[in-house]
Design a protein around this ligand. Structure first.
Ligand SMILES: [Zn+2]
Length: 305
């Protein structure tokens, strides 16, 4: 049976929040797989993929339970807001496990963590490149006591690039998958799609990843494919702008760069060169800001080692 359920957070904001989600309970015993999307409300390919995957499941093929939440961050979704929650300007994926006494985003993270993340056996948080972000599909997981399990999930998703983040250099603190891994739940962030554009290809990449991952953990019947072409990267370099400016990337996502290579430039609005941006280390460009408008300390490019 595919149930339509709602997480109600009555005290959140002026009107409260109601987050709709699917719960698919199998006829046999098995693990709980939780799928969430819309942590960033304009990453539409990942949101559409969760809905498409959940509604296509035959409950007779499920052992255990699949919980699937298409949009966690409805405030950003309705505002078409990239990265941050418009109410308090915070990035939801930097605030887990949340704080019941905190700001709007912190309270939201607290309820999501308590309701959806705790009690799961496996967590997949689906993302895509946001409105100003070009992106090559990849999966990411955190160093933790359960990282071997997270790596298996990442490989099962079948994307070419997987990034392991060590605890010492967490570029993204407070993410869903870091908070889950910290309480012993194998978890990944999976990214496909870019610039907030809804393409059938980027949705299909997510749906294929979810199907194979669900099979690999035994929650969905069918034989899982073993992907052998996966490259595991050890961490990142996230390049940032030292000053605001007009950003021009010189490398396409998915391409390899060498240490010291110029990967883009920053100019003033009138076209004077401010800075040539070089990468400190070699790696593969997995995402980059595609909008020319970059503020001080704004992210320019994510280069996996
Ligand atoms: Zn995202």
């Amino acid at each position: 049976m595919i149930l339509h359920k709602t997480l109600s957070i009555p005290g959140l904001g002026s009107e409260g929040m109601e987050i709709p989600y699917f719960e698919i309970v199998g006829e046999k015993e098995g693990p709980t797989l939780t799928l969430v999307a819309g942590v960033h409300g304009a990453e539409y390919a990942s949101i559409a993929a969760v809905r498409e995957f959940a509604t296509s499941i035959n409950p007779a093929e499920v052992s255990g339970k699949i919980v699937a939440v298409p949009i966690l961050n409805l405030a950003s979704f309705w505002a078409r807001s990239a990265f941050v929650v418009p109410v308090d300007g915070k990035n939801l994926n930097r605030t887990f496990p949340g704080n019941a006494e905190g700001s709007f985003t912190e309270i939201l993270a607290h309820h999501i963590f308590q309701t959806f993340i705790k009690g799961s056996d496996f967590l997949v948080d689906l993302h895509a490149g946001d409105i100003p972000e070009a992106l090559e599909p990849f999966a990411m997981f955190e160093e933790s006591a359960v990282e071997a399990g997270s790596l298996l999930l990442a490989k099962a998703y079948g994307l070419k690039h997987v990034v392991r983040q060590s605890s010492a250099v967490r570029t993204v603190a407070g993410s869903t998958c870091a908070a889950a891994a910290d309480i012993g739940i194998p978890a990944i962030i999976a990214e496909s799609g870019q610039n907030g554009i809804l393409t059938s290809e980027s949705i299909a990449i997510h749906v294929a990843g979810l199907t194979n991952l669900a099979r690999s953990v035994g929650v969905l019947s069918g034989e899982a494919i073993v992907h052998s072409q996966v490259v595991v990267h050890e961490g990142w370099n996230w390049l940032r702008a030292h000053s605001a400016g007009w950003w021009t990337p010189l490398i396409q996502t998915g391409n390899r760069v060498q240490a010291g290579e110029i990967v883009g430039t920053l100019h003033t609005i009138l076209g004077e060169l401010i800075e040539e941006i070089r990468t400190p280390e070699a790696g593969v460009v997995l995402f980059q800001t595609s909008s020319p408008a970059v503020s001080v300390d704004g992210i320019l490019m994510g280069i996996a080692r």
